[in-house]
Design a protein around this ligand. Structure first.
Ligand code: APR
Length: 234
């Protein structure tokens, strides 16, 4: 029971003041996905997309990790086994909370990438349409985030880890977007114990062995304490 895989979503950052996507008043109630989170939307109106991500980058810059982020970093430090932390989030609150080796399957607000040559560099606080790539000088810079219709990052590694997982936890995600929403199925196929930590049961909630309802800042530290005390009795 040594390999843990954790998937986090926007809900783990909600108590740090960052909006979620599908809760009431969430980001997808304020913006159309096809306008700000697709390659077609970016091609149609790059200024709108840069403004969307510039605002999220500014919001994230003022956010601080909460007890859930800190608890996962503690688990990574103290668990006698492997802990794979996969996040759908593009903020850096896991890193700020002390986590290393965070797999950002949807990219990060902190990154910029060239649509022409794929060069990557740290994104400035404000990106603009007339920015040029520092490597090839093409006017084709975009936020290094994964849009709908694009392949998430690190999928090979993720599926390798899920094939050997003993405990799979999904924290603060609505289970609406694949491939992440399908990770629980992969974990069940590997024979893992699966746990969902959320305010309410998600779109794939019925597939989990265990559900821990409540705000992540309370449920995640409790879950980590239970895990660590279970290993010390072995
Ligand atoms: N504690 C725990 N869970 C919470 C909290 C909280 N304080 N607040 C909200 N949640 C839960 C909600 O109940 C919901 O299940 O977090 C989840 C947020 O769901 P979404 O807004 O859909 O966010 P997420 O699941 O991360 O979205 C996945 O969709 O649009 C894409 O790329 C985007 O990465 C994102 C992906």
């Amino acid at each position: 029971m040594n390999n843990i895989v954790i998937l986090t979503g926007a809900g783990i950052s909600a108590e740090s003041g960052l909006g979620t996507f599908r809760d009431a008043g969430g980001l997808w109630a304020q913006h159309r996905i096809e306008d700000v989170a697709t390659p077609e939307g970016f091609a149609r109106d790059p200024d709108l997309v840069h403004a969307f991500y510039n605002a999220r980058r500014a919001n994230a810059a003022g956010a601080r990790p909460n007890a859930a982020h800190h608890a996962l970093a503690r688990l990574q430090r103290e668990w006698r086994g492997s802990v794979t932390l996969i996040t759908q989030n593009v903020d850096d609150l896991h890193e700020q909370g002390g986590s290393g080796d965070v797999m950002h399957m949807h990219g990060t607000l902190a990154g910029a990438v060239c649509g022409q040559c794929q060069h990557r560099w740290p994104a400035p606080q404000e990106m603009a349409t007339d920015d040029t790539c520092p490597a090839c000088h093409a006017p084709a810079t975009r936020p290094d985030v994964v849009w709908f219709g694009e392949m998430p990052y690190d999928m090979d590694i993720i599926y390798d880890r899920l094939a050997m997982v003993d405990i799979f936890a999904a924290i603060g995600t609505s289970g609406q977007v694949y491939p992440a929403a399908g990770f629980v199925q992969e974990a069940r196929r590997a024979g893992a114990h699966t746990v969902e930590l959320n305010l309410e049961s998600s779109g794939v909630g019925g597939l989990f062995d265990e559900t821990r309802l409540g705000p992540a800042s309370q449920s995640v530290p409790l879950w980590v304490t239970d895990l660590l005390s279970s290993q010390s009795t072995k």
